[in-house]
Design a protein around this ligand. Structure first.
Ligand code: AMP
Length: 279
């Protein structure tokens, strides 16, 4: 595996490979890699000649400075995992490579996606996500971009950013959420859960499954309220439990359209998100 810290060196190397007719698949991450990330690497490997992974903890997408400061870093383990998974290229940039002096970060017109759900609880988060993915795409110029359904709204935001930046040549592929055996969605932030919180955390997936099992038996509002109560009674501080259109995350109006249940809730001071497509 080749490791690049400089954007220009990576860009040059990949342009040589591209000229040789090789396709490039890309999975951006913030490190502290787990099996969910590895599923993206595997999806990349299946499709592309060259698999590129980036590890960059992007400061512009953190609305909470404490969350940024405490974001887990496990670089040695990450390198081992990427080597084992057959990743070809790792991009490990410093902040100045992504946002060089004088670089004007664009503003993206994300419409309603910017301010609903995660956007409401994490102001500026999705602008930061677009800024970093946009820059990484400029450097890597992949054919295929791989992201996880675990971040359902983020996938929609990135799709919108690809449209706004007229990157019709980049294909976005979405990998289903990988879970621990007790149902907890894998996440780098799980490393920050204390023992008690880790035991409580699978309740999020249980609440989502409960919604799935009871869908159609009562109103959407009643399902949302009961699932919220289930989590609150187990010690969660619930930001939202909601059933939305899987097409645009707007409130459900047409019962025949695909839906998704989404949760954001904190346990032991750690904020977790998860979702379950209901289609
Ligand atoms: P992160 O390092 O958290 O920014 O995540 C990098 C990529 O991995 C994003 O596209 C995430 O959606 C994806 N990802 C994170 N957790 C999971 C998971 N449990 N299953 C599948 N993909 C995931």
């Amino acid at each position: 595996m080749r490791i690049f810290k400089r954007a220009d060196a990576l860009n040059q190397y990949l342009s040589i490979r591209r000229s040789a007719g090789e396709t490039i698949g890309f999975a951006p991450t913030m490190g502290a890699l787990h099996a969910g990330h590895m599923a993206l690497i595997e999806a990349c490997r299946q499709r592309s000649a060259i698999t590129v992974c980036s590890i960059f903890i992007n400061p512009t997408q953190f609305n909470n400075p404490d969350d940024f400061r405490h974001y887990p870093v496990t670089l040695e383990k990450d390198l081992e995992a990427l080597l084992k998974a057959g990743c070809n290229v790792l991009f490990l940039p410093a902040e100045a490579e992504i946002y060089p002096d004088g670089y004007q970060k664009p503003h993206y017109d994300l419409g309603a996606l910017e301010t609903l759900l995660e956007g409401a609880f994490r102001p500026g988060h999705f602008q930061g996500v677009c800024q970093v993915v946009d820059r990484l795409l400029q450097i890597v110029l992949p054919n295929d971009l791989h992201m996880g359904q675990k971040d359902f709204q983020q996938c929609m935001v990135v799709k919108k950013m690809l449209e706004l930046t007229t990157r019709t040549d980049v294909n976005l592929h979405i990998t289903p959420t990988l879970r621990e055996s007790d149902g907890l969605a894998m996440s780098s932030r799980n490393l920050r859960l204390n023992e008690t919180a880790r035991q409580q955390a699978p309740a999020i997936h249980q609440a989502l499954q409960w919604i799935q099992q009871n869908l159609g038996t009562q109103s959407v509002e009643s399902l949302e309220q009961q699932a919220t109560d289930q989590l609150a009674s187990k010690g969660f501080a619930v930001d939202y439990v909601t059933i939305r259109s899987a097409e645009n995350l707007s409130p459900v109006t047409d019962d025949t359209k695909p839906k998704v249940a989404l949760v954001a809730a904190s346990v032991g001071g750690i904020r977790l998100i998860d979702n379950l497509p209901l289609y």
